[in-house]
Design a protein around this ligand. Structure first.
Ligand code: ADP
Ligand code: MG
Length: 368
């Protein structure tokens, strides 16, 4: 089922003395293709949950429309939308068994949708098998680990065979290893069922790893939509460049002068057809090549060996990062002499982005 969001907007009255309003979601338009998993990504408070609640029908938009396939569902109450919801706190019924929890949404079906006890049980077992929890059906939630409880919550969301699955930070309460495992599970289940899914998270790595497409939001406004690798390789503005990637991108104040890009006194690249101006220069950690003849000079602060890779820590007075991390392959470990005070880098041009100093929008460039 494809989902279309058309100029979706949600405003709240501000609670402060000044009055006014908070625009939690601002003019969001997007067509979610059938069967895709969309990662809705952004810092806390950027409007992710509000967007999800508008899609589920738990909240009404101030403006705009929502379509499921050809159907306008904007005015449809949540129980008629056919959505499955999973939240961060699994919200299971503590006094019910796993089986009863999963069956619960089926108990309320009425009229022609009403199911026999047998059918309900069968559907519950099918959902439980999908999330591999079928051996725990007689336990109560308190007798399960966090990861198992979240699986039960996912099974409960799937048991009604929803048209759309909505997950709001479903992994946040799990420890690191379970988080990794459960996100792979969610991806597998989503692929097996083909249910169009929106997955909300503030964790860029999580969103990048499981999404067909990511939507990056800031202050209620969509910044960029695209395949994770494309957004990483081609951020539209400084916010998106900084939000994606671990370790984070290094950001420097720079300047274009006479066809050369300067960071401090260092002319790091020759660029074509750009007028003299101030810019932000952002360099991905994998964009540095240690090279005694390299143009960028920074103060060497340390070298961390991480097995496959090596992290070079440096400082540069033009950078807004207190410490800049450059990642190089462990094979080239002899390229850096840790007893030196400074380190010199050549740069991979496609890992270097320029942004306007005022608007922070991307400035395309070509090297000579
Ligand atoms: P996220 O899920 O990305 O952290 P939310 O969608 O929960 O963000 O919130 C977006 C913005 O809307 C925030 O500024 C938040 O304070 C505000 N907000 C959310 N719910 C309400 C509400 N019921 N009343 C007033 N403001 C709200
Ligand atoms: Mg939220």
């Amino acid at each position: 089922m494809k989902i279309i969001l058309e100029n979706l907007t949600k405003k709240y009255p501000a609670r402060g003395k000044k009055g006014g309003e908070v625009i939690a979601v601002n003019d969001f338009s997007f067509e979610i293709p059938d069967g895709e998993l969309i990662g809705l990504l952004g810092p806390s408070g950027c409007g992710k949950s509000t967007t999800l609640n508008l899609i589920s029908g738990l909240q009404k938009p101030t403006g705009g429309k929502i379509f499921f396939g050809e159907d306008d569902v904007t005015e449809l109450p949540p129980e008629h939308r056919g959505v499955g919801l999973v939240f961060q706190n699994y919200a299971l019924y503590p006094h019910l068994t796993v089986l009863q929890n999963i069956m619960f949404p089926l108990e309320n079906l009425k009229g022609k949708n009403k199911l026999s006890k047998e059918d309900m049980k069968k559907r519950a077992y099918d959902a439980a098998k999908l999330v591999q929890i079928e051996d725990y059906m007689e336990r109560r939630p308190s007798e399960l680990s966090g990861g198992q409880q979240q699986r039960v919550a996912i099974a409960r969301a799937l048991v009604k065979m929803p048209r759309v699955l909505l997950l709001d930070e479903p992994l946040s309460n799990l420890d690191a290893r379970l988080r990794l495992q459960t996100r792979e599970e969610i991806r597998r289940i989503q692929k097996e069922t083909g249910i169009t899914t929106v997955f909300v998270t503030h964790d860029q790595e999580e969103a990048m790893s499981i999404s067909d497409r990511i939507v990056v939001m800031k202050d209620g406004v969509v910044q960029q939509i695209g395949r994770p690798q494309d957004v990483y390789d081609d951020p539209v503005n400084l916010f998106v460049a900084k939000f994606l990637g671990t370790p984070p991108i290094g950001v420097y104040k720079g300047e274009i002068k006479g066809g050369k890009l300067y960071i401090g006194e260092d002319a790091v690249l020759s660029v074509k057809k750009l007028a003299d101006r101030k810019v932000y220069v952002a360099i991905r950690p994998e964009g540095y090549i240690p090279d005694a003849k390299g143009a960028l000079h920074s103060t060497l602060k340390g070298v961390e060996v991480m097995g496959r890779d090596i992290s070079i820590l440096s400082e540069n007075s033009a950078s807004e990062n207190p410490v800049i991390r450059s990642i190089i392959s462990a094979d080239s470990k002899n390229a850096v002499n840790i007893t030196e005070k400074t380190v010199a880098f050549a740069l991979k041009p496609h890992k270097v982005f320029l942004f306007d100093f005022e608007t922070e929008e991307r400035i395309p460039f070509e090297t000579v």
